[in-house]
Design a protein around this ligand. Structure first.
Ligand SMILES: C[S@@+](CC[C@H](N)C(=O)[O-])C[C@H]1O[C@@H](n2cnc3c(N)ncnc32)[C@H](O)[C@@H]1O
Length: 397
């Protein structure tokens, strides 16, 4: 199947996620924001933190595909990613299609373009997410046309991020999308894989892994964080799942039926799908099995302005000792080829670049392969953010 992924803010990370998860991906061309590829694997956008929209290649003209839609009012949107695209070119394409459809007796609404492409929110809120046959978003890239089959459910991410009972701004708020990316960078995992997060904090990785249908195991050096993770996961088990259908069906593996008090039943993972306990990642003996490790490690001091050279040196020393100590402790407790994805800190400098820890050689010496495509690192940050997350993709040799 020929797909087009519209990538998130940090396209390199989004591409790495797709390539890790679908090893049969054949990249059709390289572009900054778009990732045209083919794969034989079915893709569920709700599992992908880094893809904003997913479209499939049209084998016929867009009009012919629209004319096949069954009776009823049609809503169309056009996103034009062609080189010289503008709000005007996209609107013209949409109106041209509308005119012909109207001539064929169809009733048509066009979603207005503010720019050449519709934002994720515009697509989602106009129902153009591929779930309704009569609400279609067409994507144009020069002479190629695609039809959107999935849009990132930004509302579902926001809800499950904000509704958790135990949150802590100090440990940093790992966006659920990034938690999904960290898990996906482990590559394809067996259905009931058990994922370890040894720096679990408030449990965002654990939560997302559970929602993806995995079993989870979290440890943390802070008793308070252990309590927070427990509280959040217990809440997750009890709440009606705040997520889109795609994840719900993935999470429905190992389902338990819990009484809701109103006579109906709710589906969700079993309470014993997760375990959270106290543990120092540098010395802890984890309970087996561990099929994959996905985590955001200790990120050091939160900075609101660029640290001076001495602070940077101290932070690198402190964070480096923890991550290397953890990886050393872990290596004897996991099997060959076990994937380990870890986000470590990198610090903004005056020149606008991020300064990373020089730990890759050390990590290899400990017995891991570093699978990042480039030594430049996969940096996740918001504009101007002082502490970025540098994602390391490792696997035990
Ligand atoms: C950046 S936070 C992770 C936040 C987490 N991703 C979440 O969802 O909230 C890092 C966590 O590592 C924990 N930590 C720091 N040093 C540790 C160690 N040596 N062993 C285990 N946990 C540690 C901290 O208590 C903190 O909760």
């Amino acid at each position: 199947m020929k797909y087009l992924a519209v990538l998130g803010r940090q396209p390199e990370i989004s591409k790495a996620e797709l390539e890790a998860l679908f090893p049969d991906v054949r990249v059709l061309s390289e572009s900054y924001q778009l990732f045209p590829f083919s794969t034989d694997t079915n893709i569920n956008i709700d599992r992908l933190g880094g893809t904003l929209k997913l479209a499939v290649g049209l084998e016929e003209k867009p009009l012919d595909s629209l004319l096949k839609i069954s009776e009823g009012k049609i809503t169309i949107g056009v996103s034009d990613y062609s080189e010289k695209a503008s709000q005007k070119t996209a609107t013209m394409e949409a109106l041209k299609l509308k005119r012909i459809l109207v001539k064929h007796g169809r009733s048509v609404r066009v979603v207005a373009n503010k720019t050449a492409t519709l934002s994720t929110a515009a697509s989602l809120h106009n129902g153009l997410s591929g779930k309704n046959e009569r609400k279609v978003e067409l994507v144009k890239v020069n002479n190629d046309w695609y039809k959107v089959i999935g849009v990132q459910d930004i509302d579902a991410y926001a809800k499950r991020d904000q509704a958790r009972p135990a949150r802590d701004a100090k440990v940093g708020m790992l966006p659920p999308k990034l938690a999904q990316i960290l898990i996906n960078l482990c590559g394809p995992l067996p259905k009931r894989a058990r994922i370890l997060d040894p720096f679990c904090g408030t449990g965002v990785v654990l939560q997302e892994a559970l929602l993806m249908g995995y079993r989870v195991y979290g440890t943390d050096i802070s008793e308070r964080m252990v309590e927070y993770s427990k509280k959040n996961l217990e809440w997750l088990m009890k709440t009606k799942f705040i997520q889109s259908e795609g994840i719900r069906s993935a999470a429905a593996r190992g389902v338990a039926r819990e009484p809701r008090g109103d006579g109906r039943e709710r589906r969700g993972p079993k309470m014993n799908e997760f375990r959270v306990s106290f543990g120092d990642a540098i010395s802890f003996n984890w309970e087996q099995p561990i099929d994959a490790v996905a985590c955001e490690g200790y990120l050091g001091k939160p900075f609101s302005k660029i640290p001076i050279e001495m602070e940077l040196k101290e932070q690198k020393q402190e964070c480096g000792t923890i991550v290397l100590g953890f990886l050393k402790n872990l290596i004897g407790q996991i099997k060959k080829n076990t994937p380990v994805t870890i986000a470590v800190p990198a610090w903004l400098r005056e020149n606008g670049e991020y300064s990373r820890m020089s730990i890759l050689d050390e990590i290899q010496k400990l017995g891991y392969n570093v699978n990042n495509k480039s030594r430049e690192g996969l940096l996740y940050y918001r504009e101007g953010q002082v502490v970025a997350r540098d994602i390391l993709i490792l696997r035990k040799k």
